[in-house]
Design a protein around this ligand. Structure first.
Ligand SMILES: Nc1ncnc2c1ncn2[C@@H]1O[C@H](COP(=O)(O)OP(=O)(O)OP(=O)(O)O)[C@@H](O)[C@H]1O
Ligand SMILES: [Mg+2]
Length: 274
């Protein structure tokens, strides 16, 4: 296994890096950001909204990801990172803004219909069925598939996450935290998504397991699936991010490449511990 912090892999690998992409270092300017992301493959564009009849949690918030990219959302607890992900996945009624996938406005679609359109989403909590086996969890992931290549996809997932193959008949709830996250990601991949959204895929795992999960996520992105993920481990996540979003109180506070954000004094002081 390689060390994520030594080889600086995310930004070196041309296959997942958009070199020459104009930088958009723009504190709090959703508009400046917009011109570069308007036509992104997946975009939650200027989203404003909250839960039910409650107050707005998101305020003109924009998050987007393009093919070949890993986009990372970071920010303090309660900043609205998960809410932003849920909004993009259709679990929130937006009061303003839109969600587009591959140019199509999908703002009115249910989460189920978004899955059919090609969105894979691993939520922050309750992302596996603990009493079901690993294999059953993966099979559940394929519920929308109508083709006969489901076994093939499962084999690919066992290649990506060999431990899941070894433990395929074990109850998912008996697995370690890192292994359960692999089940959750694998389940989402079973739909053969066009884009993968992950909310804190490394929550509660050791640094070594985190590193390993990041490696797998990079591997998935290299297969051509754009990845939009929320991460608590901001520094490490920005190191592999082609695009980073710092959210504060439901707003875009900073946006740029992972490298730009890591180099920004304000971001470092406020969010990366100096
Ligand atoms: N289901 C819900 N109903 C009402 N309010 C909610 C709900 N979920 C979250 N909130 C509120 O929305 C705000 C943003 O929460 P959110 O979970 O999006 O933050 P987060 O950035 O993902 O935080 P964390 O880093 O802790 O996961 C918080 O004030 C929270 O209390
Ligand atoms: Mg969250």
């Amino acid at each position: 296994m390689t060390n994520a912090y030594q080889d600086d892999r995310g930004n070196k690998d041309a296959s997942i890096t958009k070199r020459g992409t104009p930088s958009t270092m723009s504190p709090g300017t959703a508009t400046g950001e917009r011109s570069h992301t308007q036509d992104a493959f997946l975009i939650g564009d200027s989203m404003t909204g909250g839960y039910g009849q409650g107050p707005d949690i998101l305020h003109d918030c924009t998050i987007a990801v393009n093919p070949g990219e890993i986009a990372v959302i970071v920010g303090p607890n309660g900043a609205g990172k998960s809410t932003g992900m849920k909004a993009v996945f259709g679990m929130l009624n937006l009061r303003k803004g839109a969600v587009r996938l591959d140019g199509e406005d999908i703002t009115a679609l249910s989460p189920q219909d978004r899955v059919v359109k090609g969105m894979g989403f691993v939520p922050q909590t309750s992302n596996i069925f603990g009493s079901m086996t690993v294999q059953e969890n993966l099979e559940m992931g394929a519920f929308i598939r109508t083709d006969d290549k489901i076994v093939e996809t499962m084999e690919q997932i066992f290649e990506l996450f060999p431990i899941l193959g070894d433990k395929r008949r074990q109850a998912a709830g008996e697995l370690s935290g890192g292994q359960r996250q692999q089940v959750a990601v694998g389940r989402a991949l079973m739909t053969k998504p066009k884009v993968l959204m992950l909310d804190e895929p490394t929550a509660g795992v050791s640094p070594i397991v985190m590193d390993e999960l990041f490696d797998r996520i990079i591997e998935v992105s290299r297969t051509g699936i754009p990845i939009l993920m929320v991460e608590q481990n901001a520094r490490q996540a920005l190191e592999i991010a082609d695009r980073g979003y710092v959210l504060v109180q439901g707003r875009n506070a900073h946006t740029g490449t992972g490298k730009e954000l890591l180099a920004d004094d304000d971001v470092r002081r406020s969010f990366l511990g100096g």
